[in-house]
Design a protein around this ligand. Sequence first.
Ligand code: PLP
Length: 437
Amino acid sequence: MPANASSPTEVAPHIKREKIISLLKKKFDFENAHLRVPGKKGNGILSKCQSYDAPNQAKDLGIYPFFREIQGTEGSKVRIDDKDVISVSTNNYLGLTKDSRVIAAARAALEKFGAGCTGSRFLNGTLSLHKTLERDLSAFLNREDTIVMSTGFQANQGTISCLLGRKDVAFSDRENHASIYEGCAIAPGKTVRYRHNDMDHLEYCLKKHSGVDGKIIITDTVFSMSGDIANLPGIVKLAKDYRATVLVDEAHGLGVLGDRGKGLTTYYDLEKEIDIYVGTFSKSLGSIGGFVSGDARVMEYIRHKASAFIFTAALPPASVAGVTAALDIMNRETERLDRLRDNTAYIKKGFFDIGYQVNNNQVPIVPIKIGDEALTLFLNQLLFNDGIFASVAVSPVVPPLNAMIRTSYTASHTREDLDRILASFQKFGTELGIIPQ
Ligand SMILES: Cc1ncc(COP(=O)(O)O)c(C=O)c1O
């Protein structure tokens, strides 16, 4: 970067990719930015904080992509720095966060029950609203029972950590969400991580533990960064062969895949084969919260044993009522799902046509894999300045040198939005040598 440039956008666009990377790297050690920061000896537990400088370095370069302040939202747009930009950094797949019926239901619950529950579901925080939502989810997913929790993170963490006993073994896809990692890490049982979506490796791991009675295979159905879908038929077959329980995390499958957005489980017609279904309200259902569904006896156990459920305050009334309304809309009106699928097909074909590699599936998560972290942050900033708000995934969220721009699409995007996004990616991708001229 020129010595007097304060932001990467001041770098002339004709500068070649290698040049930009080397200029940025001189100032910022991207590959090692995530590593443990050595604290100064003798300065106590907080010394690591004093020497943690990676965010400031990125801010100085004008390429810091996190914690952007959103001043308002409208359809596919968000307002940031007093400017409307198209968001491809959202999990509001069905565009339900601002549906008037969802807002009305949330407002009514707020008026009736107040701002919060001020206590755990276990003791004093279970409202009739929670029970209604649990019944609705059980009916929608054809499960005996459901537990509504305060976040999807806690649903995974609480469920896994209370089920995985000392003698049990969990088999967890290496690309699973952090909440699954955390659940496994705090459980007394052992966890074996199998290679991402690799059924041969999963079978190898299961075979090695065939003497173990308590085995559980855990997988995201839609992987949140790559947008891959799990090989659920393969997993179910192996679970049968090796007598293992199956837990799926449908965080990004719910509202997106299968009939009426019931998830990958329904897409593959495997509802009866999946023992435990975990989901979140923070994506298609447009709010916050999580849940776990399954057989009544299993749910009753989790309800009384999961620390992440028992020792935390209940999901607030407005959120519960909003989610209940959103679920009803999702179940009855399929046009949002149709629009989401049309938009997904359109954007994927568009990216493919201009030279980006994309997954050929129905998942509206479209990662643009760049590799180098400096180049990824730089491209992201150029996109933002051009009116596109995307997310970046850098190490440790993805392995080093696997940095990507994670884009995601919703029913609210218009064709005009999608064409604008493609034009922007084409322009900067070509300039930076990411795609062919
Ligand atoms: C695959 C997956 N599981 C679980 C979660 C956690 O969901 P929540 O936001 O409800 O805590 C997320 C959210 O990022 C996710 O992507």
